[in-house]
Write a protein that binds this ligand. Sequence first.
Ligand SMILES: Nc1ncnc2c1ncn2[C@@H]1O[C@H](COP(=O)(O)OP(=O)(O)OP(=O)(O)O)[C@@H](O)[C@H]1O
Ligand SMILES: [Mg+2]
Length: 262
Amino acid sequence: METPDIVLEALDIHKSFGGVPALDGCSITLPRGSVTGLIGPNGSGKSTLIEIISGLLAPDRGTVRMAGTNITSWPPYRRSRHGLARTFQVSRLWEKLSVAENLMAATPSRGRDDLWRTYFGRRALRKADEADRDVIYQTLSGFDLWRLRDEPAGVLSGGQARLLEFSRIMVSGATVALLDEPLAGVNPVMADSVLSGVRQLNDRGITLLLVEHNLSVVEKLCPMVYGMETGQVTASGSISELVNTQFFADAYIGRSRERRKS
Ligand SMILES: Nc1ncnc2c1ncn2[C@@H]1O[C@H](COP(=O)(O)OP(=O)(O)OP(=O)(O)O)[C@@H](O)[C@H]1O
Ligand SMILES: [Mg+2]
């Protein structure tokens, strides 16, 4: 059988905080071009796994590989240069910089996230490389942010901030992006725009890991989903396959019964 082209894999990841395991032998693989879901109850370790894959936390044990290269000991900036991007549960942008400047800082020719050069080079921004300007124009238009290009990122709504984060991923040249609850902090009226933003990233060929609590959103976007409980992947498959598993009974139905009782 032909093996799928794996862009990213986290294998047998262990991580404890103060002796308490947050990840306990967790493994996931992301096939190239996929949108893979990661679901599980609060505290099951989803964000910790993203921290470890992106390099902000070191695992106690386990391996992270990107396109076959072992990147476990690489610092985050090296992973991002290698094409790995991520978003946080709470949006992180340069709030005082304009929307357009936030994108500038993310283009590879400027050096990703190079705040200093961007901040002290505002005039230079106007003379930005033509190629960068074209990409920035197209990206801002594609994510419906063109009219906000000169606004400071700090004034954006939760949904607009997500779209700007997606724009940054797009111009950065990333090949893989880890999205940690992209609908968190987004007003429901903007939810569809954010979801179509997720689709746009994938349409551009970016492989995605999507952490999301809303299962109907996961079902729409992710043909393959990992179910996590107490630091381990205990189920995988489509959402319609997962609803018949013990994982689903324990992680979702059991909990809602407990909540009703209390
Ligand atoms: N920096 C930290 N220090 C100590 N404990 C931590 C730290 N980060 C996470 N934990 C613990 O690790 C476990 C997993 O947390 P994590 O944030 O990864 O869960 P999650 O699945 O992302 O939850 P949620 O759905 O609420 O975002 C939790 O028990 C949490 O309290
Ligand atoms: Mg989390």
